[in-house]
Design a binder for this molecule. Sequence first.
Ligand code: SF4
Length: 323
Amino acid sequence: MKIHRAPRFSGFCGGVKRAWSIAMRTRDNTEGPVFVSGELINNDPAMRALEAKEIGILRVGEDESPTQPGTLIMRAHGEGPRSFERAKALGLNVVDATCGIVKVVQQKAVKLEDDGYQVILYGHRNHPEARATIAYTKRGMIVESVEEAEALPRFERVAALAQTTALLSEYERVCEVLKAKSEVFENQGQVCAWTKMAQDEAEEVAAGCDVMIVVGGRKSANSHRLVEVCGQRVPSYLVETVDDLESWWFTADSVVGVTAGASTREQDVLDVIEAITAIGARHGDGTHGSGVAVGERAMAASRGHLSIGPPGIPPDRLEEEVR
Ligand code: SF4
């Protein structure tokens, strides 16, 4: 058995990595309760790890209040102005972990509305990032599909924005519809390049493998998307933890690809690689990858001696302007 891990974009994206570090640092350096403003990331094992470190969830934007003062970390997806106002009113010490790319979109939404545009954001109505961004406007709206854009009335001035993880091709179709419905149209959408690069890399790895394993949360949309992309090449499976692995997916001769969603911790990826290595050994073959036993590499990495894939790239290197 051979194991190939997607080398650059498997695991925490820059924004999530930053938010996670902020949460850990804040917990280590802060007395009293520490909260996050919602699920920091869409990954249950990671959220359980935060809980174990006594970092709770406090949805200030949904009228929740703490029983005693503490520190509130605003999550990477961002929060609307009401959450910041309520946190202040409740006397909470606020640490803002909003991803820089998301912050730029929020600022654009405010400016475009001030300039007289009807702001229309393409994204998911229930996604925290889309909701938070639109919360910075008075009249902004979210459309989830081309059909919803078509159903809108005409506006004199329209500015289009996108949820940062939106599918670019769909967003461009929405823009075409909105452009035809307005006298003046501004395309100010800014899509994060991380998702696209992770998908391209995963597909490339999958093309050289017999089976692909995506480590990611069951609720993580970008992890499911990776499974879809890889599934077009080879049988591909989503695993949240090692417990989800099935030995019948592999044979002694399998070439196994591994990638991970943007909200998957490095340790979860390493654990899965270790477990696949063990399955390979049980199938009667020495498991290896890139000339070094992956099991050894994973163990070394988990001890901090070696990284088998860069865990994150700063968000400011991931911006992709869409105009
Ligand atoms: S915008 Fe990109 S870097 Fe920021 S949190 Fe979202 S996926 Fe991660």
